[in-house]
Design a protein around this ligand. Sequence first.
Ligand code: SF4
Length: 71
Amino acid sequence: MADRDWGHCMHCRYFASPARVPMAAEEARCEQPELSRYQLKVFGASGCNGWELRPSLRAAAQPEASEAAAP
Ligand code: SF4
Protein backbone atom coordinates (compact mmCIF):
# COMPACT_ATOMS: atom_id res chain seq x y z
CA MET A 1 0.00 0.00 0.00
CA ALA A 2 2.60 2.59 1.03
CA ASP A 3 5.91 2.93 2.74
CA ARG A 4 6.62 5.31 5.60
CA ASP A 5 7.00 8.48 3.48
CA TRP A 6 5.16 7.86 0.24
CA GLY A 7 1.72 6.52 -0.59
CA HIS A 8 -1.05 6.45 -3.15
CA CYS A 9 -3.70 9.17 -3.16
CA MET A 10 -6.50 6.58 -2.89
CA HIS A 11 -5.13 5.64 0.57
CA CYS A 12 -4.44 9.21 1.67
CA ARG A 13 -6.47 11.27 4.14
CA TYR A 14 -6.10 14.36 1.93
CA PHE A 15 -7.71 12.74 -1.14
CA ALA A 16 -11.09 14.56 -1.25
CA SER A 17 -13.16 11.57 -2.28
CA PRO A 18 -16.46 10.88 -0.52
CA ALA A 19 -15.81 7.14 -0.87
CA ARG A 20 -14.80 5.15 2.19
CA VAL A 21 -12.37 3.17 0.02
CA PRO A 22 -11.48 5.24 -3.10
CA MET A 23 -10.41 3.49 -6.29
CA ALA A 24 -7.25 3.95 -8.37
CA ALA A 25 -9.07 5.52 -11.36
CA GLU A 26 -11.02 7.99 -9.21
CA GLU A 27 -10.18 11.70 -9.50
CA ALA A 28 -10.43 14.13 -6.58
CA ARG A 29 -8.83 17.26 -5.13
CA CYS A 30 -5.72 17.07 -2.97
CA GLU A 31 -6.37 18.87 0.33
CA GLN A 32 -2.91 18.44 1.85
CA PRO A 33 -2.28 21.79 3.63
CA GLU A 34 0.93 22.64 1.75
CA LEU A 35 -0.44 21.52 -1.64
CA SER A 36 -4.05 22.73 -1.48
CA ARG A 37 -3.10 26.21 -2.75
CA TYR A 38 -2.31 24.59 -6.11
CA GLN A 39 -5.87 23.22 -6.38
CA LEU A 40 -4.55 19.91 -7.67
CA LYS A 41 -6.84 17.20 -8.99
CA VAL A 42 -5.18 13.82 -8.68
CA PHE A 43 -6.01 10.22 -9.46
CA GLY A 44 -6.21 7.51 -6.83
CA ALA A 45 -3.22 5.83 -8.44
CA SER A 46 -1.12 9.00 -8.07
CA GLY A 47 0.91 9.59 -4.94
CA CYS A 48 3.46 11.74 -3.13
CA ASN A 49 5.50 12.01 0.04
CA GLY A 50 2.85 14.19 1.73
CA TRP A 51 0.78 11.05 2.14
CA GLU A 52 -0.96 10.21 5.42
CA LEU A 53 -3.15 7.18 5.99
CA ARG A 54 -6.84 7.70 5.32
CA PRO A 55 -8.80 7.25 8.59
CA SER A 56 -11.34 4.91 6.96
CA LEU A 57 -8.44 2.57 6.11
CA ARG A 58 -6.84 2.66 9.55
CA ALA A 59 -8.81 -0.36 10.82
CA ALA A 60 -7.90 -2.33 7.70
CA ALA A 61 -4.22 -1.46 8.12
CA GLN A 62 -3.98 -2.52 11.76
CA PRO A 63 -4.03 -6.30 11.12
CA GLU A 64 -0.97 -5.76 8.90
CA ALA A 65 0.75 -3.95 11.78
CA SER A 66 -0.02 -6.75 14.25
CA GLU A 67 1.13 -9.35 11.71
CA ALA A 68 4.40 -7.44 11.34
CA ALA A 69 4.85 -7.50 15.12
CA ALA A 70 4.25 -11.27 15.32
CA PRO A 71 7.38 -13.44 15.72
S1 SF4 B 1 -1.03 14.26 -3.78
FE1 SF4 B 1 -0.05 13.46 -1.90
S2 SF4 B 1 -1.04 14.55 -0.18
FE2 SF4 B 1 -2.34 14.82 -2.02
S3 SF4 B 1 -3.89 13.20 -1.90
FE3 SF4 B 1 -2.16 12.42 -3.13
S4 SF4 B 1 -0.80 11.37 -1.69
FE4 SF4 B 1 -2.20 12.66 -0.50
